[in-house]
Design a protein around this ligand. Structure first.
Ligand SMILES: NC(=O)C1=CN([C@@H]2O[C@H](COP(=O)(O)OP(=O)(O)OC[C@H]3O[C@@H](n4cnc5c(N)ncnc54)[C@H](O)[C@@H]3O)[C@@H](O)[C@H]2O)[C@@H](O)CC1
Ligand SMILES: Nc1ncnc2c1ncn2[C@@H]1O[C@H](COP(=O)(O)OP(=O)(O)O)[C@@H](O)[C@H]1O
Ligand SMILES: [K+]
Length: 457
């Protein structure tokens, strides 16, 4: 896992309190950008630096000075209002031959470096900058964002428009805003630049995390003297759309649950799954998948490890699962907005829920004691106020039924005794990896392909 911090401010404050100067930090930031440029761009090419008047702009100006001589560097300022650092950097840059231009000329530009706004973006972009971004984003030059693509704010929301980067270099520490759903189409590849102080030295208190491929812990079998009862009995409650529940049940089976049963009416049930009338013997349960308005009796299962999905988010019964520390709530944003209302935690629109996803997820996990898995392009897992993000999934997963498969994977882990948090983390990673391994076109993956891929993780 990589550590994520909420903003640059804490890093900057801590570095300054240790005796670093802002100019030293900027020198390191600029060197990180210059190194990437040297790797990606032939020398002699023309680079346009888009500069704001704050410290993000200062990083860009320092970078132009470093590359000047080897590349043709032009600075374009979106403001005449420069802070002291930016002014100091500009004085040096002009002396070493960096050009300052009054209009951004995109002809023959090989690379655009975005140093307009970083973590200081505090309001919507002006119309003029939005127009500039429209022109830049459709240009085929290499695009590198310093710290944040301009237009993306610290909460990962786009403020009018956004620079569409091929690479984003996060300065000092990785910031959570770079991993929102909308950021995924804007940041390009995100990497960290060391500003002279390891992010591990800087983090002194609880932060959030970005899951990595190597965090996937499969429910591998180690002992031989075992039997089906050793791996748990998973149950899925079926409802008005039983096919969805059967896909979840199949995913749980392939993920290693020893036995899998369904409760509720199913026609043509695959023989590998058992039909039951009640939840007797369940080690873990998934409920809500394809449920609709079907009747359910949850009295026997509300204390069990469980996955609470889909339609259950809107129904009163979900309240009875509180506080169950081994409950995993798996809403997509619309269901999350409904769930917050249903539980009396917030009465907000889907758009508001998406906009404030990080803090709402954090608060939800504190209030409910369970684990939240808020689905999206970059799903968020929240437990006890800590967030775990996953940016490894892809648009192949945008197909009806892939959430049902995810619920089934979580169920499979829960049945085998994994904690709710471990089940959610591993399930998100297994889900993303199965999609990544899929060899067909990006538009053709079905939930059954996704389930099949679970066999070969
Ligand atoms: N503080 C430091 O010492 C360091 C800062 N660094 C860089 O500095 C950045 C943060 O710098 P700043 O805090 O100066 O902030 P920015 O450079 O991101 O922007 C600040 C300026 O933009 C204005 N502004 C904000 N939103 C605007 C909008 N929509 N339209 C027009 N103007 C707007 C603000 O009023 C302020 O004047 C980081 O992202 C990083 O790139 C790094 O070099 C590391 C060291
Ligand atoms: N563009 C995307 N990138 C990454 N993951 C995605 C994307 N689109 C959908 N997903 C994932 O696919 C799943 C969709 O679940 P859901 O919306 O509940 O669909 P359904 O109810 O049809 O199964 C979630 O796990 C979500 O995170
Ligand atoms: K920027």
């Amino acid at each position: 896992m990589k550590t994520l911090c909420k903003s640059s401010t804490k890093f900057d404050e801590q570095a300054l309190s240790l005796g670093f100067s802002e100019l030293i930090l900027q020198e390191n930031a600029a060197r990180g950008v210059a190194e990437l440029v040297r790797q990606k761009l032939k020398s002699g090419e023309k680079i346009l630096f888009l500069c704001g008047g704050g410290n993000n702009g200062s990083d860009a100006i320092a970078c132009a000075r470093m590359l000047s001589g080897d590349y043709e560097c032009e600075l374009y300022f979106i403001t005449g209002n420069l802070n002291a650092n930016a002014q100091a950097q500009l004085n040096i840059a002009l002396k070493v031959g960096v050009n300052r231009v009054s209009q951004p000329d995109l002809e023959n530009i090989g690379c655009v470096i975005d140093g307009m706004f970083g973590s200081g973006l505090s309001r919507d972009l002006d119309a003029e900058i939005i127009l500039l971004l429209d022109r830049i984003n459709t240009h085929n030059a290499l695009k590198i964002a310093i710290d944040f693509p301009s237009g993306l704010d610290g909460n990962g929301n786009i403020r009018g428009a956004c620079f569409k980067a091929d690479f984003t270099l996060s300065m000092g520490a990785l910031k959570i805003g770079l991993f929102s759903d909308v950021a995924k189409d804007m940041t390009g590849e995100v990497s960290l630049v060391n500003l002279g102080l390891s992010d591990n030295r800087f983090i002194t208190h609880q932060e959030d995390f970005l899951l990595e491929r190597t965090d996937l812990n499969l429910p591998s079998r180690t002992l031989q003297n075992v039997h089906k009862g050793s791996f748990g009995h998973a149950f899925v409650a079926l409802g008005q759309m039983p096919g969805a529940g059967i896909m979840a049940a199949t995913a749980a089976l392939i993920m290693g649950a020893g036995k899998v049963s369904v409760v509720g009416k199913a026609e043509n049930l695959t023989p590998q799954i058992m039909q039951k009338n009640n939840f007797d013997g369940a080690d873990a349960v998934a409920i809500g998948i394809g449920l609709g308005n079907a009747d359910i009796d949850i009295s026997a299962i509300k204390h069990l490890p469980c996955v609470l999905d889909a339609d259950l988010c809107y129904r009163a019964e979900i309240r009875e699962f509180l506080p169950n520390p081994s409950a995993v709530f798996t809403p997509h944003p619309k269901e999350f907005s409904g769930l917050l209302r249903n539980l009396g935690l917030a009465d907000i629109s889907i758009e508001e829920a998406i906009k404030n996803r990080f803090e709402l997820a954090r608060e939800f996990s504190r209030q409910t004691k369970g684990v939240l898995l808020l689905k999206g392009a970059n799903p968020i897992i929240a437990y006890n106020g800590t967030l775990y993000l996953c940016n490894l999934g892809s648009n192949k997963l945008s197909v009806g039924g892939s959430g049902d498969v995810l619920a089934g994977i979580i169920l499979g882990y829960l049945a085998q005794g994994f904690s709710a948090l471990e089940a959610a983390k591993n399930a998100v990673l297994a889900h993303a990896k199965s999609a990544e391994n899929y060899q067909g076109n990006d538009y053709s993956m079905t939930p059954l392909d996704l389930i099949d891929g679970l066999k070969y993780l």
